[in-house]
Design a protein around this ligand. Structure first.
Ligand code: ATP
Ligand code: MG
Length: 207
């Protein structure tokens, strides 16, 4: 932990985690030369309602997805606190745990970054961490409206094009519920896990 100078923090619902998530983390990790990235499932996303899989399942899928990449660290930071999960609290906890020397990089997709003005204490977020936005197919990221809403972000942002994978958890859940394939959109180990636990499958009809 003491060797970590540049730490990425990547939050989400991860319901389930997929290759779109992993690919943007890898892009940010490479571009910003991050030593480690914490992958932090949210306990209860304040702006999002109705998780479909329990927190422990989402964390376990994150663990399975991170296996094999020593730089990706599954984190229960937000699950260990009572909900809702606020990013500003997570950043403060990281600052405390990793010390004043560590540089924090908050990684988000373009759609999540556009929501930043609605997050708790967005100015503090920008002071605590550099913001790394990775573009996402289907979303146009307008940095000027973000700067107008949260001026502190202006000098603290990096926007990356990224691999542009049009994968979303919503689409995966819909596919699973209707029996369509999801293989090659998420790690096999995650697919095995969610199949074994029937996390997103339609309820079987009772005869
Ligand atoms: P849902 O459809 O349930 O919202 P999601 O696929 O958007 O799921 P989240 O857990 O909401 O996944 O996203 C976590 C973070 O990852 C957010 O910052 C989001 O912008 C980003 N993200 C998710 N999928 C992609 C993708 N394919 N490309 C770029 N960024 C992504
Ligand atoms: Mg989302």
């Amino acid at each position: 932990m003491t060797n970590v100078r540049r730490l990425g923090i990547y939050g989400g619902t991860f319901d389930p985690i997929h290759f779109g998530h992993l690919a943007i983390v890898e892009e940010a990790r490479w571009f910003c030369r991050l030593d480690q990235v914490l992958i932090v499932p949210a306990a209860a996303q304040p702006l999002k309602h109705g998780h479909l899989a329990a927190a422990h399942h989402r964390l376990e899928m994150v663990r399975l997805a991170c296996a094999g990449n020593a730089a990706l660290i599954p984190s229960s930071l937000e699950l260990d606190r009572p909900p809702p999960s606020y990013t500003v609290d997570t950043l403060r906890a990281c600052r405390e745990r990793y010390g004043p020397e560590v540089e924090l990089f908050l990684i988000t997709g373009a759609d999540a970054a556009a929501e930043l003005p609605r997050w708790r204490e967005p100015d503090q977020i920008a002071r605590l961490a550099q913001i790394v936005v990775v573009e996402r197919p289907g979303y146009r990221f307008d940095e000027n409206s973000l700067f107008t809403a949260v001026p502190a972000v202006r000098d603290r942002i990096t926007v990356l094009t990224g691999p542009q994978l049009a994968i979303s958890s919503t689409d995966l859940r819909e596919r699973l519920a209707t029996g369509r394939p999801v293989r090659y959109q998420l790690p096999d180990a995650v697919l095995d896990y969610l199949t074994r636990h029937r996390l997103y499958h339609a309820e079987e009809e009772t005869p």
